[in-house]
Design a protein. Structure first.
Lengths: 156, 156
DNA sequence: GGATATCGTTAGCCAAGCTAACGATCGCGG
DNA sequence: CCGCGATCGTTAGCTTGGCTAACGATATCC
């Protein structure tokens, strides 16, 4: 959902408003970051996948798809894009495709690092307006955020 | 970015890790909710736009596009989809398209309410595992989350 | 050695985002 | 009173990302 008149639950006393706030905030953060990430020429899904490859070591396409919670054909497209951009490469057993591992190139590592630096710049500016207390609240909140998502994904 | 080995900053002491955590959590929440929202036949962008229309009263396409932070052509598509689904209608001055207002149908209101109920159910389950303290932290965190996003969007 | 299982890819669909170009309407100035 | 520019929406056309269904290649197992 979205930003709308402030009369609607800012403090989110009800789970309903909380759900709405979570959804809304997520949508807007991604829309905001998407623009910034454009500077690296990488969309959010590609950036996300690249991140997994860089930090998750070499892994198969299936594993990557599972990690990103998308179907294999979707991941094929993403990996193909990353490969064309020279950010990842296929290694390992190239004959048996089920065993080929996807790994990051050094360029991929560089680009990822640069993208993060860019985002950090943005965030740093945004954080300037927050005091220490707010920072702590944000950090704690994200942790809870993660727990909620994990709970949803597990309980089904 | 994405879920990856837990050794990477859970508590987000650095802004870098905080940015990463925000991004990651947002991506995953949306991916998770997308599935649920499928049940209403509405994608996240449509649901978001519908929400703005329902709660933001009748408004022009341009205003809606601005609220949703997308370009007018994109919003044209979304509104067209919602219109075909009978969730919104165009009213006001139909001759001068610059003055036609978009407003929700009663069906639109119903569907939105149903979608929210569905999400709330999910969230309620997820929240069962959280104690009061965690709930407060989450609520506070979201508020900060919003502030950060607002700060980013303003400072440019 | 041939059936089977496993995994990736191809094909083909749709939604959502963009830019560029077009169109329609109003308001204003001459 | 008539055209001209400004304003806003839409159309056209492209890319990416998501899906399912079908196909292909490889290894394994009997």
């Amino acid at each position: 959902m979205s930003r709308r008149p402030p009369e609607r639950g800012q403090r989110a006393g009800k789970p309903e408003a909380l759900a709405d706030a979570l959804h809304s905030a997520s949508i807007h953060l991604l829309r905001t970051l998407r623009k910034e990430d454009d500077a690296s020429g990488l969309s959010a899904p590609r950036l996300s996948a690249l991140s997994v490859v860089v930090f998750g070591g070499p892994l198969t396409l299936g594993q990557l798809a599972a990690a990103e919670q998308v179907r294999p054909p979707t991941m094929t497209k993403i990996v193909t894009g990353l490969e064309k951009a020279g950010l990842v490469k296929r290694a390992g057993d190239l004959r048996d495709r089920r065993l080929t591992k996807i790994e990051a190139t050094t360029k991929g590592q560089r680009v990822l690092a640069a993208g993060r630096a860019r985002r950090v710049l943005l965030l740093t500016d945004a954080v300037k307006g927050l005091d220490e207390k707010a920072l702590v609240e944000l950090t704690d909140g994200i942790q809870r955020f993660r727990e909620v998502i994990a709970a949803i994904n597990e309980g089904r």
